[in-house]
Design a protein around this ligand. Structure first.
Ligand code: NDP
Length: 325
C-alpha cells in the first residue's frame, strides 16, 4: 500500500511516499481503507524531525484519519463501516494515517457520526477535536456567553481557528490573538469579534486588568502567562498547546487571588466512551461555512513541504490530506 514513510539517516528525518506492506491483523485489530487524513502541529514536528515525536523508524506518520473498515477482528466493526481515528499514539509509535491503509485496535476507532462526511471529519481532525474538548472544559467550568469575552490564542492555527468558530456558534463573544496581520480577514470571517496582536502578550505583570471570562490557549509560554494575569475572577483557561513554548513563566497570583482555573486538555488518551459525544457535538455545532473557510486540501506527496510550512507559521486553518489525490 502507498504510504508516507519516515526514515532516519545521520540524525535527519527523511520523508518519502513509498509502497509498503502492513502486517496481518491481530485479534481485536481493524484494517481501515483510509480516504482522508490531516496535518496537525505534531505531524509537522514528526515529519520534519524538528520534534522528538518518533522514536522507532521506519514510521508512517499521521495522527488521525477517516475511512472505511476493510477487514475486522473486532466484533464491533464490520467491513464497509465508516470510522474516524485520532490520537492513541497512532502516527507516533504505531503506523499512522498518512497511508492508504492502517491496522489499529478496534478500541481506538469511533463510528463516523451521522450528518458528517469522512472528508468533513478530517477537516476537523485532531485539532478540531481538541478545540471542542477545550470549549467543553470552559463550559464544564460554568462559563456562559453572558460572562464575557473568551480569548483564543494561536487563533489562525488548526485548534485556534476551530475554537473561534465553535465559540462563536455557541453564542460567545470571541477575541483572537494572532502573530500575523495577514490572517485578520480570515479570523473575522470565522467570527472573531476582536483581534489582538501576539506582540501585546510578550510581557506580563503577576496580575493585570481583568479582561477575559475564559480562554483557549494553544501556544503556552509568555502568552499563556499574560492570559492568566488578565483572566476574570473565577474564570477558566483551557491550555492544550505549546506552539510558542512549553514553558509557563507565571506566578500563583491569578490562582490564589482571582480563583482562576487552569484546565489542561489532552486529546490523545481521551477514553473511547467519551469520544462519540465529542464528535457528535462537533457535527452539530460547526456551521457549513467552517468546512469551506478553514480547510486547505493537499496530496500525500505535498505533506513534507506543508509540514515545513507549519513550523514557519505559514499555515492557516486546517490542512486536509487527500490520500488518493
Ligand atoms: P497550528 O500550527 O495549526 O497552529 C499553531 C498556531 O500557533 C499558529 O497558527 C500561530 O497562530 C501560533 N504560533 C505559531 N508559532 C508561535 C510562536 N512562536 N509563539 C506564539 N504563537 C505561535 O497547530 P495546531 O493548531 O495543530 O496545534 C496548536 C497547538 O496545540 C500545538 O502546540 C499542538 O501541539 C497542540 N495540540 C495539542 C493537543 C492536545 O491533545 N493537547 C492536540 C492538538 C494540538 P497565529 O499565526 O494566529 O499567531
Amino acid at each position: 500500500m502507498k504510504a508516507l514513510v519516515l526514515e532516519q539517516q545521520e540524525n535527519q528525518t527523511l520523508a518519502e511516499v513509498k509502497d509498503i506492506e502492513l502486517p496481518p491483523l491481530a485479534e481485536g485489530d481493524v484494517r481501515v481503507d483510509i480516504d482522508w487524513s490531516s496535518l496537525n502541529y505534531k505531524d509537522a514536528l514528526a515529519i520534519t524531525g524538528k520534534g522528538k515525536i518518533i522514536r522507532q523508524f521506519p514510521m508512517v506518520p499521521g495522527i488521525d484519519f477517516s475511512g472505511r473498515v476493510n477487514e475486522s477482528r473486532d466484533p464491533r466493526f464490520a467491513p464497509g463501516q465508516a470510522v474516524i481515528l485520532t490520537g492513541w499514539g497512532v502516527g507516533e509509535n504505531h503506523w499512522g494515517g498518512l497511508a492508504a491503509q492502517a491496522c489499529v485496535k478496534g478500541d481506538w476507532l469511533v463510528a463516523l457520526p451521522e450528518h458528517l462526511s469522512a472528508r468533513q471529519a478530517m477537516i476537523i481532525g485532531t485539532a478540531g477535536f481538541t478545540a471542542m474538548l477545550c470549549v467543553m472544559a470552559l463550559q464544564d467550568a460554568g462559563l456562559k456567553p453572558q460572562d464575557g469575552t473568551i480569548l483564543v490564542t494561536g487563533a489562525s492555527g488548526g485548534v485556534g481557528s476551530t475554537a473561534v468558530v465553535l465559540l462563536k456558534a455557541l453564542g460567545y463573544r470571541v477575541a483572537a490573538v494572532t502573530g500575523r496581520e495577514s490572517t485578520h480577514d480570515f479570523l473575522r470571517q470565522l467570527g472573531a469579534d476582536e483581534i489582538l496582536p501576539r506582540s501585546d502578550f510578550a510581557q506580563t505583570r503577576p496580575l493585570e486588568k481583568q479582561l477575559w471570562a475564559g480562554a483557549v490557549d494553544t501556544v503556552g509560554g509568555a502568552v499563556l502567562a499574560k492570559v492568566l494575569a488578565q483572566t476574570n475572577y473565577g474564570g477558566c483557561v483551557a491550555a492544550c498547546g505549546l506552539a510558542g513554548s512549553f514553558e509557563l513563566p507565571t506566578t500563583v497570583m491569578p490562582f490564589i487571588l482571582r480563583n482562576v482555573r487552569l484546565q489542561g486538555v489532552d486529546s490523545v488518551m481521551v477514553p473511547t466512551a467519551q469520544r462519540g459525544a465529542v464528535w457528535q457535538r462537533l457535527a452539530e455545532t460547526l456551521p457549513a461555512s467552517y468546512y469551506q473557510q478553514a480547510a486547505t486540501e493537499i496530496t500525500l506527496a505535498q505533506a513534507p513541504a506543508t509540514a515545513a510550512d507549519f513550523l514557519q507559521n505559514k499555515i492557516q486553518g486546517r490542512t486536509l490530506v487527500n490520500i488518493h489525490g
